[in-house]
Design a binder for this molecule. Structure first.
Ligand SMILES: [Zn+2]
Length: 105
């Protein structure tokens, strides 16, 4: 006759190992899915999926989508563009705001 307590202990051990492996596989699947998403989306437009192209605007390298015309700026690109182009629309807008508030005072 088999020792039922030994069998029960073995069953619980198997269950524990099964749960641990299930968790590990889940984590591996999530990591692999993330890796694939990053790989497939690299240099792709988040709006239309077209492959984005590198362009240079006023000496600043930018990424542009030929599909929808979207433009991506690097962390400091907007600041560089703002300092390079003093006649930019936002500069004009701020100047107009100041002039109107000064004339009102
Ligand atoms: Zn696009």
């Amino acid at each position: 006759m088999k020792n039922i307590w030994k069998e029960r202990e073995k069953a619980l051990e198997n269950q524990f190992i099964y749960e641990q492996e299930k968790e590990k596989i889940g984590k591996m699947r999530t990591a692999e899915r993330e890796r694939q998403i990053r790989e497939l989306c690299r240099n792709r437009c988040p709006k239309c999926g077209e492959e984005i192209e590198a362009v240079t605007f006023r000496g600043v390298p930018l990424d542009r989508c030929p599909g929808c015309g979207g433009v991506w700026l690097g962390p400091n690109d907007l600041k560089i563009l703002a300092t390079k182009d003093h006649r930019s629309w936002f500069e004009k807008w701020f100047k107009a705001e100041n002039e109107s508030s000064e004339s009102a005072a």
